[in-house]
Design a protein around this ligand. Structure first.
Ligand code: NAP
Length: 305
């Protein structure tokens, strides 16, 4: 067991990520006491049944009053309102952090409500599954995954160091980035790919000459992998696109240009061009596997245990 990084940790939002943070903090002894909070009474009831944390709070005031650290694990659009609501009850010296998939917009929404005595250390664990809710989390989710910290002027050095230790204690590799840079990188590696998946699955669903049952029946090819991504949580992904608009539009512009060039290769039968591109893209996948961020297994190695 590691030394606790924080005597008392509160997780607000007990879904896939919050539930995993709370479970990992308990499993690895990184917090002396873990409190869970969630605005959904059904989720709170379920967390009590699961018996994986020390306390479940029924109000934000109760949840944060004694906390040394608070990790917001709510949809990106909720971070500002949650900090506004809990601000009067935060203990002096508290470290507030989050796990949101977008950073600049969360910083802009949280900062005006942050008391002077609190530090905010924005964080994004690049780890997940397509499942959500209180049962979805597990302590090992972050092992060997990246956690990106995006400190800014309201992040104290001590707060950044403590959050780095917490995520390292979860088994994550910690990297620091400027918030806007994070948003650009994630736009191309995560947000645009999700948009493409939502689009292609939506297109298939709209095709009139192909029936729904044929789409289901013959989906063994690439389409099936897109449906896994397009089954991701609608609230979470709506908030990501609303809050990372500029970076997503910038990357979509580049994507559209490259798609047009690919369209030309297909139209003009440019086999050499297609072969050359597909060879380069295959090397990128090999590189990701070599980095330990993916396995060569056909289910993408996502099924654990
Ligand atoms: P999730 O499983 O849907 O959990 C979110 C939880 O927060 C739900 O229980 C939700 O309750 C609760 N909640 C919503 N608004 C709240 C509020 N105002 N106060 C308190 N609780 C509230 O979502 P998740 O996948 O864990 O995502 C949480 C955050 O992690 C998001 O910001 C997302 O961008 C980020 N993230 C997700 C992934 C991923 O792969 N899923 C990866 C990295 C980062 P209700 O369901 O009743 O609304």
């Amino acid at each position: 067991m590691a030394e606790p990084v924080f005597p008392r940790l509160t997780v607000v939002g007990f879904g896939l990520i919050g539930g995993s943070v709370a479970r990992a903090a308990k499993a690895y002894g990184l917090a002396g006491h873990v409190t869970a909070a969630d605005n959904s009474p059904a989720v709170r009831t379920r967390v009590r049944e699961l018996d994986v944390v020390d306390a479940v709070a029924d109000s934000l005031a109760e949840a944060v009053a004694e906390a040394d650290a608070v990790v917001l694990s709510v949809p990106v659009g909720e971070s500002g309102p949650v900090v506004q609501a809990m601000a009067p009850f935060l203990k002096p010296g508290v470290v507030v952090s989050d796990v949101g998939s977008v950073k600049a917009a969360v910083i802009a929404a949280v900062t005006p409500h942050l008391p002077d005595h609190a530090s905010f250390v924005p964080a994004h664990p690049v780890a997940g599954t397509e499942f959500s809710g209180p049962d979805a989390g597990f302590a090992e989710l972050f092992a060997d995954r990246w956690c990106i910290l995006t400190p800014y002027e309201r992040s104290t050095e001590a707060g950044v160091a403590a959050m780095g230790r917490l995520w390292q204690g979860f088994g994550a590799r910690v990297e620091t980035m400027a918030p806007r840079h994070h948003d650009l990188v994630l736009a191309i590696t995560s947000h645009v790919p999700h948009l493409i998946a939502y689009n292609i699955v939506g297109t298939a669903a709209h095709l009139e000459e192909v029936t729904q049952s044929e789409v289901m029946k013959f989906s063994a090819g690439g389409f099936r992998d897109f449906t896994r991504i397009a089954a991701s949580d609608p609230t979470m992904w709506r908030d990501i696109f609303l809050n990372n608009k500029d970076a997503v539009l910038e990357m979509l512009g580049r994507f559209s240009e490259d798609l047009s060039s690919l369209q030309r290769m297909v139209r003009f039968g440019d086999g050499d061009g297609l072969f050359e591109l597909f060879t380069r893209t295959r090397a990128i996948r090999t590189g990701i596997i070599a980095e330990g961020q993916e396995t060569a297994a056909p289910d993408f190695g996502r099924r654990k245990g």
